[in-house]
Design a protein around this ligand. Structure first.
Ligand code: T3D
Length: 261
């Protein structure tokens, strides 16, 4: 039997999904897409999971589309169909997860691999990692959400320069320009990711997912409408267990035990 293309491990309430095609820098094949989607769906459906970490096996995070994968590159391929069938659902799945999703970028993240990472909630990268909008080098535009994510994260000027040049961006520079949350020395990377994932997994999961929803939705709203959405979400959260537990724990000077999801 062949190795799984996505390795799954669980530590407490943290589910780690490891892209596992290291010889090709974990580039996406149709088969890896299917396993990744199934693994994300399984994590979403498992009430014991309260944080997901995605990372890569070996020296890379993900080199984007596998340019050798049969049926996904070549003369008669409909790239738009590939994007609709595989990358759009993947990007939307990440954004609709009921738990926070951390991209632990252990090495190079190129093309759709970079934008898959940037679409996660919090991106932590090892100092030796890098980000490459490789699309322009092969005659494409950024996909997997790149045309939306890049300007929202770093503004139009930097988005266009990153996308047009396809130049490699170090993890340190990615942090400095606000493209990612954190660049961490390689020898502290695993511990930093684990500590962050464990922390998030003990927090009020439903409120974290609604935080993502409110922030993502606000991009399309007026200020007044964003305030209204905040009220709507806060109304629901205010009726839920975790709010009562959070306030009670504060008043009783104890650690809260959150359970909503
Ligand atoms: O259907 C569609 O095409 C639509 C979807 C588009 C979405 C996209 O993601 S388009 C962008 C696709 N990705 C790329 O263009 C990146 C291609 N890779 C690279 O430019 C370089 O590999 C990196 C800059 C990422 C890393 O360079 P380096 O020098 O560290 O490693 P390497 O030697 O180039 O790669 C190591 C191996 O991985 C090598 O295999 P080998 O020679 O040892 O057998 C290389 O061929 C393989 N590899 C890396 N990226 C890909 C890949 N194989 C297939 N597809 C890849 N994308």
């Amino acid at each position: 039997m062949s190795d799984p293309l996505v390795l799954t491990s669980t530590d407490g309430a943290v589910r780690t999904l490891t892209l596992n095609r290291p010889a090709a820098l974990n580039s996406f094949t149709a088969a890896m897409h299917a396993e990744l989607r199934a693994a994300l769906d399984a994590a979403a459906d498992d009430a014991s999971v309260r944080c997901v970490v995605v990372t890569g096996a070996g020296r890379g995070f993900c080199a984007g589309q596998d340019l050798n994968d049969a049926g996904m590159a070549g003369d008669d391929v409909d790239v738009g169909e590939v994007i609709e069938r595989l990358y759009r659902p993947l990007a939307l799945r990440v954004r609709s997860m009921p738990v926070p999703v951390i991209a632990a970028v252990n090495g190079v993240a190129a093309g759709a691999g970079a934008n898959f990472a940037l679409g996660c909630d919090i991106v932590v990268a090892a100092r030796s990692a890098s980000f490459i909008q490789a699309f322009s080098k092969i005659g494409l535009i950024p996909d997997c959400g790149g045309t939306w994510l890049l300007p929202h994260l770093v503004g139009r000027a930097r988005a266009l320069a990153l996308a047009m040049t396809g130049d490699k961006l170090s993890a340190a520079d990615a942090q400095a320009m606000g493209l990612i949350w954190q660049c961490v020395d390689d020898d502290a990377f695993a511990d930093t990711v684990q500590a962050l994932a464990t922390k998030l997994s003990t927090m009020p999961t439903r409120a974290l997912a609604d935080t993502r929803r409110a922030i993502d939705t606000s991009a399309q709203l007026s200020y007044a409408d964003a305030l209204r959405l905040e009220a709507d979400l806060q109304r629901e959260l205010g009726r839920a267990h975790d709010y009562r537990e959070g306030v009670a724990a504060f008043l009783e000077k104890r650690k809260p035990v959150f359970r909503d999801r």
